[in-house]
Design a protein around this ligand. Structure first.
Ligand code: RIB
Ligand code: CA
Length: 315
């Protein structure tokens, strides 16, 4: 049974890898992308989304430009992590296609409300578009089939502040709205993504295939690996977003707990920090499934196999 997925994304290097994984996975149909600020500006992220789709011969998939700044917080982008162009050292031709006219948040509403119970929403950037969609049309909460979110750090430290993960730190108010909306959420936090390191040897395996896809992956991840080495002394790079995407069709890669999760809005040192009520001290019911265990090399094997398959397609 093919899953119909819409992807809210801030491309971004690992976002681009998640788009490629979606295109290489027969289990899912990628029905559209809404772009949000985050790794890059929304304008640049929209260009990157269009370009990556064209690279993979998937320019028929519509792209929608969404919110350009967080709901309340000042804008925060990540050029040091993803490069000034948002895709590391990779260079892609300017896209031939254009984004749709409709706003990204309106696309999310229209897609979910027109196919009640059928749409899987995958969120791999700050949650501004999704929060805006909930406020505009609260009924998407009970009409969306399921929601997969890359974000947060539960028992793991932050990657943007010592406590907070990038997507929830950039727009904590949006995360708060989404986390408490009642949507059927599966959260993929840094606790599991930081175990999924794309290694130099993994890249060398892909480079055995001479393809524009493998060249893009190499040029994008070389920048990302340099960032992880310089800032976090990691040999390789953390590919957060492809793991999140993979769980839509291979949930057995992770182990989950049903937990009450909240995000700190107090504005102090822990702003944007996500935390789980493991001992039910708040008496609040679980509001999401949280991935806290993972089989990293099973995931990486899946990712590499799918990238090899995509790269071998006629260009
Ligand atoms: O913290 C990692 C997340 O923030 C990933 O989705 C990355 O692409 C950035 O958006
Ligand atoms: Ca992202």
């Amino acid at each position: 049974m093919t899953k119909h997925i819409i992807l809210d994304t801030d491309p971004g290097i690992d976002d681009s890898l998640a788009i490629l994984l979606a295109l290489a996975s027969p289990e899912i149909s990628l029905d559209g992308l809404s772009v949000v600020h985050g790794n890059s500006s929304t304008a640049l992220g929209t260009v990157n989304a269009l370009s990556v789709l064209e690279l993979a011969k998937a320019s028929h998939i519509p792209v929608y430009k969404g919110c350009e700044i967080p709901l309340v917080q000042p804008s925060l982008l990540a050029p040091e992590t993803h490069g000034e162009q948002g895709i590391g050292y990779a260079k892609l031709p300017a896209p031939q296609t254009s984004p749709q006219v409709q706003h990204g948040s309106d696309f999310l509403i229209e897609e979910i409300m027109s196919k009640p119970g059928e749409v899987t929403l995958v969120c791999i950037g700050p949650l501004t578009n999704v929060a805006m969609a909930i406020r505009k049309e609260p009924r998407i909460v009970e009409n969306v089939k399921e929601v997969f979110i890359m974000g947060g750090a539960i028992r793991h430290g932050g990657n943007t502040t010592p406590l907070a993960e990038f997507n929830t730190f950039v727009d904590p108010h949006a995360a708060h709205i989404v986390f408490h909306s009642g949507m059927p959420i599966t959260l993929t936090p840094l606790d599991v993504t930081y175990q999924c390191i794309f290694l130099p040897d993994d890249l060398n395996r892909l480079l055995k295939i001479d393809s524009s896809i493998t060249k893009f992956i190499a040029d994008a991840t070389r920048f990302y690996m340099e960032f992880h080495d310089e800032y976090q002394k990691i040999d390789g790079c953390v590919i957060n977003d492809p793991l999140t995407l993979a769980l839509t069709f291979m949930p057995e890669l992770c182990d989950y707990q049903e937990l009450y999760v909240d995000v700190d809005l107090s504005g102090g040192v822990s702003m944007g920090k996500t935390f789980a009520d493991f001992y039910r001290m708040t008496d609040k019911p679980a509001n999401m499934k949280v991935a806290l265990g993972v089989r990293p090399r099973d995931f990486m094997e899946l990712f590499l196999e799918r990238m090899e398959k995509l790269a071998k397609l006629p260009s």
